[in-house]
Design a protein around this ligand. Structure first.
Ligand code: 2RA
Length: 335
């Protein structure tokens, strides 16, 4: 496969290259793409040096797949140009996620909706991916009525500048501020920008994307997204109200049997998921599973995942793997 990685020098782009290598994705030709000031710089992949090229140069090479992590504006402008030359784009930005005809995919949940005609595929938001990986099997069994989520999101979700702000504040070097406030020793109830009704874009993504991925508009979801001084991954406190009765033991069994989900849950041994230990892993970790004693058919849990891996890069590569296995890419039909 001829594969372009657009945004190859960014945090997610670099993790995508790492995951492609780890999973030995069948790449015959790698085309790293980054902004103008990076063109000509070298990146290493599988012990070989590759020169970063311009977007147009990459388009001209007509890759089979383009993995994008370059922001919404860049994706809106260039994803269609790749699609026109027959490339299948898997995009990590929010640009295409809610477009009616664009698949929003978590492979373990809805990859089977993909066809060879899908030339732009949206990778969901990181905090959505880890949430729906756990909600999906429970929704099928117990029919979810409502979800209340509070997220505790890593600074890596904002990018390199935010990580540098946190590291600088810890070191006391008075770094350039990416956030409106100090993040060290703090918690900011503000992920992305504020939109309607006092919600942030991050909070609205959680509700809208969850309904689209689970293909279930009956799920009511409200969220509060918080940025915390953590680097390893996103954590989520989740309360679920089902339309039906459940048994806790059955919930645990269902989650134990869900591919990509790992249950870490034993109060007796202080066993529960934590971002420090989820970092660098591709599983979604769930724990603190317990009945909500305040209302019937309701459950609390704690969900943690590395937002750069299953929350972004690994999910995108898994989509690409599905496309290859099902022979949905590489047979170019130029629009
Ligand atoms: C964040 N989920 O954490 C968003 C984008 N990566 O900021």
């Amino acid at each position: 496969m001829k594969v372009a990685v657009v945004g190859a020098t960014g945090m997610v782009g670099r993790v995508m290259l790492k995951v492609l290598e780890e999973r030995n994705f069948p790449i015959s030709e790698l085309i790293p793409v980054a902004s103008e000031n990076s063109i000509g710089k070298q990146i290493e992949y599988k012990g070989k040096q590759y020169s970063i090229v311009s977007m147009q140069d990459a388009i001209n090479q007509q890759p089979d797949i383009a993995l994008f992590s370059a922001g919404g504006d860049t994706s809106k402008e260039f994803a269609p140009k790749f699609a026109e030359v027959g490339t299948t784009v898997i995009d990590n930005s929010s640009a295409w996620r809610m477009e009616p005809n664009v698949p929003l995919v978590v492979p373990e949940i809805n990859a089977d909706m993909l066809t060879a005609d899908d030339k732009i595929i949206a990778n969901p938001n990181c905090s959505t991916i880890q949430l729906v990986m756990v909600l999906n099997p429970l929704n099928k069994k117990y029919d979810i009525k409502r979800v209340v989520v509070s997220t505790y999101q890593s600074v890596t979700g904002t990018g390199k500048d935010a990580v540098e702000q946190l590291d600088g504040e810890i070191a006391g070097t008075n770094p350039k501020k990416k956030y409106p406030y100090q993040i060290f020793k703090n918690a900011l109830p503000h992920c992305d920008v504020f939109e309607e009704a006092g919600y942030t874009k991050e909070e609205l993504k959680l509700s809208r994307e969850t309904q689209k991925i689970l293909n279930d508009k009956t799920i009511a979801l409200t969220a509060t997204a918080v940025r915390v001084p953590v680097q390893g991954g996103h954590s989520e406190s989740v309360n679920i109200e089902f339309n039906n009765h459940y048994e806790e033991a059955d919930v645990r069994k269902i989650l134990h049997e869900t591919p990509g989900v790992v249950v870490q849950d034993s109060p007796e041994t202080n066993t529960y998921p934590m971002p420090l230990y989820a970092e660098g892993k591709d599983d979604v970790f769930v724990g603190r599973i317990r009945r909500d004693l305040s209302q019937p058919n309701s459950l609390n849990m704690w969900i943690v995942a590395d937002n750069l891996r299953k929350g972004a890069a690994t999910n995108a590569v898994q989509i690409a793997e599905y496309l290859v296995v099902k022979n949905l890419v590489g047979n170019k039909v130029i629009a």
